[in-house]
Write a protein that binds this ligand. Structure first.
Ligand SMILES: [Zn+2]
Length: 326
């Protein structure tokens, strides 16, 4: 199959390797990317008690190991790309605001670190934005000029590309707050300060409280689980558990409202869905598609909904494409 030309660079047509590091909540994922291929991958635990700065020596060692395995020196590489959650100033290469776990990294100069450790230039981007750029460069949305992404993990991350450009905004927060568009004004308090945000109503972290509030919870198969997440609720619904089915119906209503909000805000042709929730894509995508079709105002036609094939790789691809702009 012929691929259309990626808009955000090519991940290294000059053959030079991009080093990419994705600081996730549970794991730090590392990769070497050459011409759109993740040629080496590694993963380190995040160890929340060490913050982000405390993990950098381990990240340095792991990058060194990956390069040595490929018989590469840092000087053979195009640069180092870093993705983190939170608000990232891509122009300055610093984090402006982030969740508690990595709070020590606010204001930290990743550029100085990359220069000191590897004598390489560094790009920094929000993880959902990097994922969307990666999907456009090499993934499920190749060549799209207008697309949004929602990634359903512990929280719900989003990003938008409009008219061929990643949306960052005046204060670096545009496009990434789709998980904090309220889907219930009388809803739960969110960790962002708002009430009834999509992720406070239907993100992974909100699910145990949501399930326990259901009047039938004690009699449901869900009460037997030690931890409750997307998978447990979807499986309970699939096995005929009434409480599970009702919860899933509520969740699908919130998730589809979140998708419609992104469509109404950013006018995409394609919505990319990603994250752990998409392990249940066979069940969920038709349900979401139907609701989005009913509720979105798109007189020009129907927004395509696609699912990321390799969510881990998409962030790494996106960082590589930022290091190799056309
Ligand atoms: Zn919120």
């Amino acid at each position: 199959m012929e691929r259309s030309k990626p808009m955000y660079g090519n991940g290294g047509t000059d053959g030079r390797v991009a080093i990419a590091v994705d600081f996730g909540g549970t794991n730090i994922k590392l990769g070497l990317v050459r011409q759109g291929q993740v040629v080496s991958r590694a993963s380190l635990p995040s160890y929340s008690d060490q913050g982000l700065i405390g993990r950098l020596p381990a990240v340095e060692r792991e990058i060194g190991r990956l390069l040595a395995e490929r018989r590469l020196r840092p000087s053979d590489c195009a640069g180092l790309g870093i993705a983190t959650p939170g608000m990232v100033d891509a122009e300055k290469g610093t984090i402006l605001s982030i969740n508690e776990k990595y709070a020590d990294a606010v204001g930290f100069s990743f550029r100085d670190w990359a220069r000191g450790a590897f004598d390489l230039r560094c790009v920094l981007e929000n993880d959902a934005r990097a994922a969307l750029l990666g999907e456009i460069a090499y993934g499920a949305a190749v060549g799209e000029t207008d697309a949004v992404l929602l990634t359903f993990g512990t929280g719900i991350g989003t990003a938008a590309v409009m008219n061929g450009r990643i949306v960052r905004g005046r204060h670096a927060q545009a496009g990434i707050l789709g998980g904090h568009f309220a889907t219930d004004i009388r809803g739960n308090a969110c960790n962002c300060g708002n009430t009834g945000c999509l992720e406070a109503q239907a993100g992974h972290w909100a699910l145990p409280a949501l399930a326990k509030r259901h009047p039938g919870f004690a009699g449901s198969s869900l009460s037997r689980h030690g931890s409750l997440g997307y998978r447990e609720i979807i499986e309970a619904a699939g096995s005929g558990d009434r409480v599970g089915a009702e919860l899933l119906e509520t969740l699908v209503a919130h998730w589809s409202a979140g998708i419609v909000n992104m469509i109404h805000a950013y006018d995409p042709e394609t919505v990319v869905l990603s994250g752990g929730l998409m392990k249940s894509q066979a069940v969920l995508v038709p349900m979401l598609q139907e609701k989005v079709r009913q509720r979105s105002w798109t007189p020009w036609g129907e927004v395509k909904i696609v699912v990321s094939r390799d969510p881990d790789a998409s962030v790494l691809w996106g960082l590589a494409s930022l290091l190799n702009p056309k």
